[in-house]
Design a protein around this ligand. Structure first.
Ligand code: FES
Length: 116
């Protein structure tokens, strides 16, 4: 094992060549989704920044006052119309049961729709 001690004097440029350490930096190939999700509820528009989890939780955490009650997909109070934005989960059983044909018109239950 090489136990050389380097002093300040031994680090004078040109005296000793230290090999630079190789550092690997991983750069993500895709940038994270940043497209806002725009929804409407009771005539009010809300712009929600996509954060993984329930659409309702993201909206509330961002100060959007979306109506809700049960959080179980049964009352329908959290129904929103998705105007733009992608990255939501497909409708689950509660949404299909509660919203029926309204799903085709862009309506979702904010407490059930997941931001992926
Ligand atoms: S809060 Fe009741 S269905 Fe979403």
């Amino acid at each position: 094992m090489n136990n050389r001690v380097f002093t300040v004097g031994s680090l004078i440029p040109g005296k000793i060549m230290l090999k630079p350490t190789q550092v690997q930096v991983r750069v993500p190939s895709e940038s994270p989704k940043t497209e806002e999700i725009n929804v409407e509820q009771n005539g009010k528009m809300y712009e929600i920044h996509p954060v993984k989890g329930k659409l309702l939780d993201a909206a509330l955490a961002q100060g959007k006052q979306i109506n809700y009650k049960c959080r179980k997909g049964t009352c329908g109070q959290c129904t929103v119309k998705v105007l733009s934005g992608q990255g939501l989960s497909p409708p689950n059983d509660q949404e299909r049961k509660k919203l029926k044909n309204e799903l085709a018109n862009g309506y979702r239950l904010a407490c059930q729709a997941e931001i992926l």
